[in-house]
Design a protein around this ligand. Sequence first.
Ligand SMILES: CC(C)(COP(=O)(O)OP(=O)(O)OC[C@H]1O[C@@H](n2cnc3c(N)ncnc32)[C@H](O)[C@@H]1OP(=O)(O)O)[C@@H](O)C(=O)NCCC(=O)NCCS
Length: 209
Amino acid sequence: MREATARASSRLCERRGRVATRVLTARSRGSKRVRRTLGPQTLPFTLVAEKPDHAAAIEGVLNRAFGPGRFAKTSERVRERGAVLEPSLSRIAVSEAGSIVGVCRIWRVELGGLPLFFLGPLAVDPSAQNAGLGADLVNAAVQACRSAGGEGILVVGAASFFAPMGFAPVPEGRVTLPGPVDPARVLWLELRPGALSGVHGSVNAPRRG
Ligand SMILES: CC(C)(COP(=O)(O)OP(=O)(O)OC[C@H]1O[C@@H](n2cnc3c(N)ncnc32)[C@H](O)[C@@H]1OP(=O)(O)O)[C@@H](O)C(=O)NCCC(=O)NCCS
């Protein structure tokens, strides 16, 4: 469960607009979040939309976070099959020193004729994990998708991680992905009430034009 303070931090980030700053906090052994000092000072992070010149650093974060199994995932097959990256809705975490330490990408796909967003990969550099940054990145990307007037967001991931951000399991059989997947990890978030009721089918590339 995310803590109230962390939620407040995320909401504050959103209210500040497109460029949001957070301070790295870490979870103590219990449920309390405490400010973690890395060296002499705490490190603030800024959440920004993805830009072309982030590409190489994002690759580094993805490789460090996922390791060699990165390209074996079914989510990768979705992206290979014509999903369209939306850099303006994707969110990148940049440290005060200018290093990229996290990424949450958003893609346009289609499910049963309905345009949907597909979230992933989500990754935080191992040096910055367990401080709430992953949740902040997801919340910021969800907010961007909502502002863009989307219908819903699909993700393949752990329900325990994504549920606090509003994601719920997709009823079994409603979504067909291009590869093997544990049905319990297929989650979605409705951006408009009722938008996903009755929707079913394969995840495909979005219609052009
Ligand atoms: C998943 C990930 C992005 C989370 O980033 P983060 O900044 O550490 O996340 P937060 O600090 O917001 O949340 C940490 C919580 O997520 C949990 N968590 C981390 N990875 C998880 C996973 N794969 N499945 C379920 N829970 C996970 C942690 O145990 C921790 O739980 P707690 O809050 O109950 O202590 C990061 O661990 C990562 O990059 N992992 C490798 C890549 C990956 O698995 N991406 C997710 C693909 S959907």
